[in-house]
Design a protein around this ligand. Structure first.
Ligand code: ASP
Length: 365
């Protein structure tokens, strides 16, 4: 099957890893690859599925993610081959609601192999939007090197009227081909906007404008085929100590959603299921009932990593505001939402169970 290019919509997640190389608005700086009209960058596209590869009845409401193969996606964007030398690899073909640790590890290992290859200039990853923020953040913490890595998806399947896939894929290739993307960490390019993997969140169930970075704003904009970059973040996720070499699984970390009248039942169930860490999507500034706090203090005493995040869409969870994190042995999530806190807690637990050490990771990454 082929995409209908007139009706397809693509979301692009673009990312780069490594040491921030540029400060301030870098639009005025020359882009070496763009200057050399004869040398096209070599971009590898890794496909994982999602709505960008989804198909349903033409123009209809329902569809199935992960139906089209990577070659179909490339062929659906007219002129894409003029921007870069492209080659594709299918890593998985799933809706990102089914994303799991095994696909994350496979993807991160393949990215590391490709980025070590001098002939590869950048990577684009096609991915569903539901868990894109988690995959992007996982890759930001585990992929080594400063070449661009860009994830892209779409909100409408390839068979929809005004599908956004092809436009987003084009944007992602443009971002991954831009040398100024180097050193900015993993990026997401969606709806002509570029986001950092660290701060990106999905905010709307169906809107094309679903991605946002409520605490920090975007990393840049794609204006037709030019990229306009903003100030890079000081966060250092792409320089983390985490390594996935030889790793076949990650520690179990569960997320529990706080609410009025919360008791300890789900906390105890997570512990019984073998959770090594628990992230609470707390009310307000990461708060929860006394019952929940008592159960989690007890869990922390027994070596379970407890992270207080928030169910609110923006803001930071402050250490020691209404909860005595020092006494209880908790970690305050800062600006990481529950899903990103879970990713960082999984990787942190591969290094340490000490809440003080893990707190420093939450501040740095
Ligand atoms: N459920 C889809 C997925 O995350 C939604 C999308 O891609 O937009 O794979």
């Amino acid at each position: 099957m082929r995409w209908s290019t007139s009706s397809s919509l693509v979301v692009v997640l673009a990312c780069a890893v490594g040491v921030p190389a540029f400060a301030g608005n870098t639009d005025e700086k020359p882009a070496p690859a763009a200057q050399d009209q004869h040398k096209k960058p070599n971009i590898k596209i890794l496909a994982t599925g999602g709505t960008i590869a989804g198909a349903g009845e033409a123009g209809g409401h329902s569809y199935t993610s992960g139906q089209f193969k990577i070659d179909d996606l490339i062929k659906a964007v007219p002129g894409l081959d003029k921007k870069a030398n492209l080659s594709g690899e299918q890593i998985a073909n799933i809706g990102s609601q089914d994303m799991n640790d095994q696909v994350w590890l496979k993807l991160a290992k393949r990215c590391n192999e490709l980025l070590a290859d001098p002939s590869v200039d950048g990577i684009v990853i096609t991915h569903g939007t539901d868990t894109m923020e988690e995959t992007a953040y996982f890759l930001n913490l585990t992929v080594k090197g400063d070449k661009p890595v860009v994830l892209v998806g779409s909100m409408r399947p390839a068979t929809a009227i005004s599908a956004d896939g092809p436009g987003n894929l084009l944007d992602a290739v443009i971002v991954a081909s831009d040398p100024r993307a180097r050193g900015r960490g993993v990026l997401v390019a969606s709806n002509d906007t570029i986001f950092s993997a660290n701060s990106l969140v999905k905010t709307n169930t169906t809107s094309l404008d679903t991605f946002d970075s409520p605490n920090r704003g975007p990393e840049g904009l794609v204006e037709t085929d030019k990229v306009h970059w903003f100030e890079p973040s000081e966060k250092k996720a792409s320089q983390s100590e985490f390594t996935i070499k030889g790793r076949t699984e990650l520690p179990r970390v569960d997320i529990i959603y706080a609410h009025a009248n919360m008791d300890a039942t789900l906390i105890n169930a997570a512990i019984a299921a073998g959770a090594k860490g628990i992230v609470v999507a707390g009310v307000g500034d990461g708060n929860m009932t006394k019952d929940a706090l008592d159960a989690l203090e007890n869990a922390a005493k027994h070596g379970i990593l407890v992270v207080r995040s928030t169910r609110l869409p923006s803001g930071r969870v402050l250490r020691g505001a209404e909860v005595n994190d020092d006494k209880m042995g908790f970690v305050a999530a800062g600006e990481l939402n529950p899903s990103k806190s879970r990713v960082l807690a999984q990787l942190a637990l591969t290094e340490s169970h000490d809440p003080e050490r893990v707190q420093k990771m939450f501040e740095r990454y």
